[in-house]
Design a protein around this ligand. Structure first.
Ligand SMILES: *Cc1c(COP(=O)(O)O)cnc(C)c1O
Length: 350
């Protein structure tokens, strides 16, 4: 740390991304990326000509992409925001709507706490229930920014849309952010509620189900007024927040919806297969609607299992938070990757 850093940032702890090691080839099941490449039409869109066009700024209004997203999801372009990964729209939401404080579950996406720290927003963390579910009553009538990932991370567990509606309805003077990063793997979206409530912000990403984590593209839906607020923040920080190539790939991705639906169904099948195998090995597997499962075994400490797997070339995500340190989060890869994962588990546990 230099002596120049503002005092408010000195004690702040930054977000720790999942490791992206370069020392060897791992079966990478630690950051919830897709094991599949983008659709062929997306790959083919990336030409030398497009790279040459990088001399020009990207479209700050992202008009084409917004129109395509609006068309696919049955909303108006004024209901759509696009961002440099969904981390960026979450960042903007904390910046814009955190004035009265924020509330989120104690076990959830680690970035929420980082954003609260970054903007010195008072954060209330509500413990998940014993079974890691969310009791929606505890988020009603808060009238401060509410942030819930649905499905939640790293549990993969979901909240029914009717319960989300109760949260939104009971917090009319605050924004409720529902982070749907993992909704495409069998979850239920609360998107239709944006027509009824002007305080709901639904965030999404191309990183998980759209095989574009390295492209950095996120999007969100809300009332035109909330979108306008987010645009104001964007134009005050980085008007060209999405590069030309990513905008183009995003448009092509929306056009290739069928391909991605198919890949999501494959992930769901592989998830069910993996969960059944692990249960047979005696694992506890939380019920997941995401592209990962959250698992523990009595046969080995969570941290030790993570290290053992890593030594054998398989990376999973381990969290040191005492409440979940016996668990590991395992991204659903291809069937072949999961077979290798299960075989390795048998080798180290049996
Ligand atoms: C991965 C993830 C995101 C952010 O992903 P981006 O790559 O920034 O789009 C947001 N929320 C949750 C819960 C995630 O797991």
């Amino acid at each position: 740390m230099s002596r120049f850093l503002k005092e408010q940032y000195q004690a702040m702890e930054a977000y720790t991304p999942g490791e992206q090691p370069r020392d060897m080839q791992y079966i990478k099941l630690n950051t919830n990326e897709s094991p599949y490449p983008p659709a062929p039409s997306v790959v083919e869109a990336m030409t030398g000509e497009q790279v040459e066009l990088l001399r020009l700024y990207s479209d700050p209004t992202a008009k084409n992409l917004k129109e395509k997203l609006a068309g696919m999801y049955g909303v108006r372009p004024e209901n759509v925001f696009v961002s440099n990964g969904s981390d960026e729209v979450l960042n903007f939401a904390f910046m814009a709507f955190g004035g009265q404080g924020v509330v989120f579950p104690d076990i959830s996406y680690g970035f929420y706490e980082v954003f609260a720290d970054l903007y010195a927003i008072n954060a209330e963390k509500i413990p998940l229930e014993e079974d890691f579910s969310i009791d929606y009553h505890k988020y009603c009538g808060k009238n401060k920014l509410v942030v819930i990932a649905n499905p939640n991370a790293p549990t993969g567990m979901t909240l029914p849309v009717e319960q989300i509606e109760e949260i939104v309805k009971s917090n009319p003077d605050a924004v409720v952010v529902i982070d749907e990063a993992y909704v495409d793997f069998g979850g239920e979206t609360c998107l239709p509620l944006i027509r009824k409530y002007d305080n709901l912000l639904v965030t999404r990403t191309f990183s998980k189900s759209r095989c574009l984590a390295g492209g950095r593209l996120g999007y969100a839906f809300a009332s035109p007024e909330i979108i306008a607020d987010l645009e104001k923040i964007k134009y005050s920080t980085n008007p060209y927040n999405i590069n030309r190539l990513t905008l183009l790939l995003g448009e092509k991705t929306v056009e290739a919806e069928g391909y991605y639906q198919e890949k999501c169904r494959e992930i769901e099948e592989t998830r069910a297969w993996t969960a059944a195998k692990l249960e047979k090995l005696g694992f506890t597997v939380l019920p997941s609607k995401a592209n990962f499962i959250f698992v523990k075994t009595d046969k080995m400490d969570g941290g030790e299992l993570y290290r053992t797997l890593k030594a054998k070339g398989i990376l999973v995500r381990h969290f040191t938070n005492p409440r979940i340190c016996q668990y590991n989060r395992v991204t659903i890869g291809t069937k072949a990757q999961m077979e290798a994962f299960v075989d390795t588990l048998k080798e180290v546990l049996l």
